[in-house]
Ligand binder design. Structure first.
Ligand code: SAM
Length: 202
């Protein structure tokens, strides 16, 4: 039923993504990690037709949800990768090839014994810095106050990134055209405010 949209999903393969082969052009590339139900990846790229967007999502069911929101004529600059992002991202995307990284509401893994499953870890930040262009950005939002503090600390210990604001944790997004995701909306309804962090690769 969705076969006219199958091309959005990159077939599983090993090795580096070839952007020109995938998008048919050499426009700047942005990535989203954890695309969830697809609000960001279906809406934001429509505002930036001269850029390409790769959305990573590990759960197949979520990918099916995202595909329902994508439209071949409105979203020619979007592709999805069904995979778990970790420090192995440096074997998938070329060095210094990414302009910006969006991470909205990464799983907070609140239990202490699960903290090692958190996405934001020293080796992962090194890998992000590796794929980002100099001056490239990472924008993260979370409504989990303790994870926000964790993220702030991990970045502070990584000399490859600099926060854009001296007050690292902000209560509004730095970039224009913020897309409110399903998760953000749900959490707001329950009284949790998102917090935003914005970093540049040095
Ligand atoms: C809490 S949800 C947030 C989804 C969406 N960003 C939003 O704000 O509504 C986290 C999403 O990230 C996906 N995810 C978690 N860790 C991931 C990883 N390492 N790589 C790719 N996707 C991941 C999960 O499957 C889930 O869809």
């Amino acid at each position: 039923m969705l076969s006219d949209r199958d091309f959005f999903v990159l077939p599983p393969h090993e090795g580096m993504v070839d952007y020109v082969a995938v998008f048919g052009n050499a426009n700047p590339v942005y990535i989203e990690i954890g695309s969830g139900k697809g609000e960001f990846i279906s809406q934001y790229p429509t505002l930036y037709p001269d850029a390409n967007f790769l959305g990573f999502e590990v759960r197949e069911k979520r990918i099916r949800n995202i595909l329902k929101k994508l439209d071949p004529s409105r979203n020619p600059n979007v592709r999805l990768m069904v995979e778990l992002v970790d420090e192995g991202i440096r074997e998938r995307l070329p060095a210094e090839s990414v302009e910006g990284v969006f991470i909205q509401h990464p799983d907070p893994w609140p239990k202490r014994r699960h903290h090692r499953r958190r996405l934001i870890q020293p080796v992962f930040l090194e890998a992000l810095a590796y794929i980002l262009k100099k001056g490239g950005f990472v924008q993260i939002s979370t409504d989990h106050a303790e994870y926000a503090t964790w993220i702030e600390r991990e970045f502070a210990q990584c000399p490859l990134f600099k926060p854009v604001f001296s007050e690292t944790i902000q209560n509004s997004p730095h970039l224009e055209n913020h897309v409110v995701t399903w998760f953000e909306e749900e959490q707001r309804r329950q009284g949790y405010e998102p917090q935003f962090m914005f970093y540049h690769k040095v």
